[in-house]
Write a protein that binds this ligand. Structure first.
Ligand code: SAM
Length: 218
């Protein structure tokens, strides 16, 4: 399916301003900022709401879910320190916007979404934009053992705790980024696997995500 939307000077200009806004809010990784500057976020919106696409806000995508706020996407992406060729597991595909950013950073992405409606929409939209991650529909709170171990794992929904099973699917030296807290607010947590048995955990800023629902979650 050829993608029907166009990316003209107005959207490109708005994207540049968004990049500068994120820079002013503390995002420093130039590769992440370049990726945000490249991915047309308005393609994830109904045309009626294009004027909302380059504001630094989360926005409803239907089925009770949201496309994440650009700052949040940039923040999580920065924490992952993606290197070209990294194998990344993304839990919570949603609109697929974060997926595109990861791919612009050079990652090979395996992405899983539990809601079938959202999954069915996103598997059409991303290839139409030229992004071809490996898509799964199901409960990502258990990870995807078939493709483990991963260099990086990103969870884009709020979890009650760090699922042990995800830690086991990290390579040594690998990084997991996951929001952890209650159903209202979460702290961003990064976990680095330093050896077969040891992990370093860092607790960072407060965010507000939709809940991670599943076997190892809510
Ligand atoms: N980063 C995405 C974007 O920019 O569109 C936003 C993701 S949205 C905040 C979180 C997504 O996680 C929702 O689509 C939700 O259905 C999904 N989700 C929640 N629990 C899940 C689970 N156990 N496995 C896979 N996806 C899950």
């Amino acid at each position: 399916m050829a993608y029907k939307f166009v990316d003209n000077y107005r959207e490109r200009g708005a994207r540049k301003k968004l990049v500068e806004l994120l820079r002013s809010r503390g995002i420093e990784d130039e590769n992440v900022l370049a990726a945000i500057g490249k991915v047309p976020r308005h393609f994830f919106f109904d045309e009626t709401f294009w004027n909302q696409a380059y504001k630094d806000i989360a926005f409803p995508i239907g089925d009770g879910q949201t496309i994440s706020q650009p700052y949040t996407v940039a923040y999580q992406s920065e924490l992952l320190h993606i290197k070209k060729g990294d194998k990344v597991l993304e839990i919570g595909t949603g609109s697929g916007y974060q997926t595109c950013i990861l791919m612009e950073l050079g990652a090979t992405v395996f992405t899983i979404e539990r809601q079938e409606n959202i999954y069915n929409r996103t598997i059409q939209v991303l290839p139409g934009m030229g992004y071809r991650p490996t898509f799964y529909c199901g409960d990502g709170s258990k990870g995807i053992a078939a493709h483990a171990p991963y260099d990086k794992i990103i969870v884009t929904a709020g979890a009650p705790m760090v699922p042990e099973i995800l830690l086991k699917q990290l390579k040594i030296g690998g990084i997991l980024v996951i929001p952890v807290g209650d159903e209202k607010t979460q702290k961003m947590v990064t976990v680095i696997r330093v050896s077969e048995t040891d992990y370093d955990k860092i607790v960072l800023d407060t965010f507000r995500f939709v809940p991670l629902v599943g076997d190892q979650a809510w």
